[in-house]
Design a protein around this ligand. Structure first.
Ligand code: AMP
Length: 568
């Protein structure tokens, strides 16, 4: 049996082609989406999915999310004492999805169609294939995500040369692709995007409206900055989702035992989000321009990614194209359903072939820099992108930087690849120092040029126009590290990891959530949560399945009442 898998940055999903249609397969908790999160418990057991994601707040040193952004790099993260690459972590997610599919179908899964972003290069695609092998899955086909979305919308059943525009607004990135079938081959004609635009930016708008009103006494300021952001952004996420259905919604944060809240209206949110909405336009225009396809000839505009559920986004799209987008398929499910369609086609030997689009830079490349805020505080270690991910290559881009202290003698550039705002979250590629003449802060300009070519070679040129001095650094793409023997060894190591028993995953997820709530609430609420956990653990010890199911329902209700229903 071949399954279709959407291996996403935030969530993953698995589907199957059955009885003439694609359907999604629920995981052990009954959810159709599985968070792409991995956590290693203290006794060395691996948790995948919602249980892992809920441990992010309480066990951040043992939990990891968003590893897809590092796919194809040799960078590792340490969970407890064990090091994992993005490939290893992806294999754990794939293994879990495979187990879900086998439990649901009652048969062995041998192979999978796995989706990858259209801009993934060879290395990232190879890494995805290896993740499959490490999970004991034969990767029958890697499928571009926009192609998968188009398949979910039936592009294969249309006349040839009916281009689809796939509009994918996710949690952190925005991608527009134009997909077309020509001579039985699917082609992603163009891909454009903004890798700094997604649902999270819209959360920041809600947070900015709500914060001053809900917290006039500045209680949140007593918390560490990272906790303030995390709390506010989770609350804003809930509010924003509610605003997709209603005209107004509460935004509530519990901090230091205080329940802070305010109401946010859809109108206020939409006004604040206008600048973000206007950023949706440029990538759409670029994709049309690059593909040479006119907007009137587009056959369908299809929506993918949870953030396209915002009415303000849908209205903007309707305005932009002068017609309604097609929303028949759930935007969070479209890619996995499309992978399932391709799995079905493969099984019938009629799969559509694809032309790959790989002449783009797969990662954002840039340097570290220091920002000075309005209050004169220095923020070090921030990432300054120079060549953005998805830029057609060969590409050459220049950015100017200025000295930040008086009589500074030298400018030091560290070069990074990645998408994180802080360079600590990106991969360091090299560094370069250049002397500058001593002047007042900001008076010396340094030009930094990046040139990236099709063989993955990055050339960095740094020049000081004032002195005419320049320095150059060449950074070659890292070699693919693993030999077949090493791969086998890695597979054995991963296979030896204890995986949390599937039948117990729901309980583990609930306990992780309760523990997270225990840490975020204070006073009476915290006391009550502590008692609920003790009671739930006692029922688990009793091993009576009916009693466990009842207790699980009860605890879920109690937690929902405290923090609202959980969402994926
Ligand atoms: P994805 O990366 O495709 O999983 O999309 C995740 C994004 O979708 C997050 O930013 C969510 O806030 C957003 N999202 C999910 N459901 C909704 C909803 N009902 N209304 C608005 N945004 C949503």
């Amino acid at each position: 049996m071949i399954i279709g898998i959407d291996l996403g940055t935030t969530n993953s999903a698995v589907g199957i082609w059955r009885d003439g249609k694609a359907e999604l397969i629920p995981n052990a908790q009954g959810d159709l989406l599985t968070p792409s999160a991995v956590s290693l418990t203290e006794d060395g057991t691996v948790l995948v999915g919602i249980a892992a994601r809920d441990r992010m707040a309480t066990h951040s040193g043992r939990t990891v999310t968003a590893f897809k952004r590092r796919m194809g790099t040799q960078q590792t993260v340490k969970l407890g004492k064990t090091e994992f690459t993005a490939e290893d972590l992806s294999s754990l997610v794939l293994r879990s999805l495979k187990a879900d599919a086998e439990a649901y179908l009652g048969e062995t899964v041998t192979g999978a169609v796995v989706t990858v972003p259209a801009y993934f290069n060879d290395k990232q695609r190879k890494a995805t294939r290896r993740a499959g092998e490490l999970a004991g899955l034969k990767i029958e086909r890697l499928l571009n995500e926009p192609t998968a979305a188009a398949l979910a919308y039936g592009i294969q059943d249309r006349e040839e040369k009916e281009p689809f525009l796939v509009f994918d607004l996710g949690g952190g990135t925005f991608d527009v692709s134009i997909v077309e079938v020509f001579d039985g081959i699917v082609e992603v004609r163009a891909s454009a995007g903004d890798n700094r635009l997604g649902g999270e930016d819209f959360n920041a708008c809600v947070a900015a409206i709500a914060r001053p009103r809900m917290d006039p006494d500045g209680i949140l300021y007593r918390l560490p900055a990272a906790d303030q952001t995390a709390l506010l952004s989770a609350a804003a996420e809930r509010t924003r989702r509610a605003l997709s259905e209603a005209d107004r919604a509460e935004c509530i944060v519990v901090a230091e035992g205080h329940r802070l809240g305010t109401e946010v209206t859809a109108a206020e949110f939409e006004t604040a989000a206008e600048p973000l909405i206007s950023r949706l336009r440029e990538p759409v225009l670029r994709s049309l321009r690059d593909s040479g396809i006119r907007v009137e000839t587009l056959s369908e505009i299809v929506l993918v990614g949870g953030a396209t559920r915002m009415p303000i986004v849908r209205r903007a799209i309707t305005r932009m194209f002068g017609r309604f987008p097609n929303t028949a398929v759930h935007p969070d499910h479209a890619i996995a359903l499309g992978a399932a369609v391709q799995a079905g086609l493969l099984a019938r030997d009629s799969a559509l072939d694809e032309v790959r689009l790989t002449d783009v830079c797969p990662f954002t490349l840039g340097v570290d820099h220091t920002e000075i805020d309005a209050r004169g505080n220095y923020h070090q270690g921030l990432f300054s992108p120079i060549i953005e991910r998805n830029t057609p290559i060969p590409a050459s881009r220049m950015k100017q930087y200025r000295t930040i202290s008086d009589n500074q003698r030298e400018v030091h550039f560290n070069i990074y690849q990645g998408e994180a705002r802080e360079v600590s979250g990106n991969v360091k590629l090299g560094s370069l120092r250049i002397p500058v003449p001593p002047r007042r802060a900001g008076e010396v300009v340094v030009d930094c040029r990046f040139s990236y070519d099709t063989s993955g070679l990055l050339e960095v040129d740094v020049a000081v126009p004032l002195t005419g001095e320049s320095h150059n650094l060449l950074i070659a793409d890292e070699a693919d590290a693993m030999t077949p023997a090493e791969l086998e060894k890695r597979r054995e190591t991963l296979a030896a990891l204890k995986i949390h028993p599937r039948e117990d995953q729901e309980n583990a997820a609930l306990l992780a959530r309760a523990t997270r709530c225990y840490e975020s609430f204070l006073g009476d609420a915290r006391h009550a949560i502590g008692q609920w956990i003790t009671a739930f653990e006692a029922v688990l010890d009793g091993q009576n399945l009916r009693a466990i199911a009842q207790a699980r329902e009860e605890l879920t209700r109690q937690l929902d009442a405290l923090e609202g229903e959980r969402f994926l």
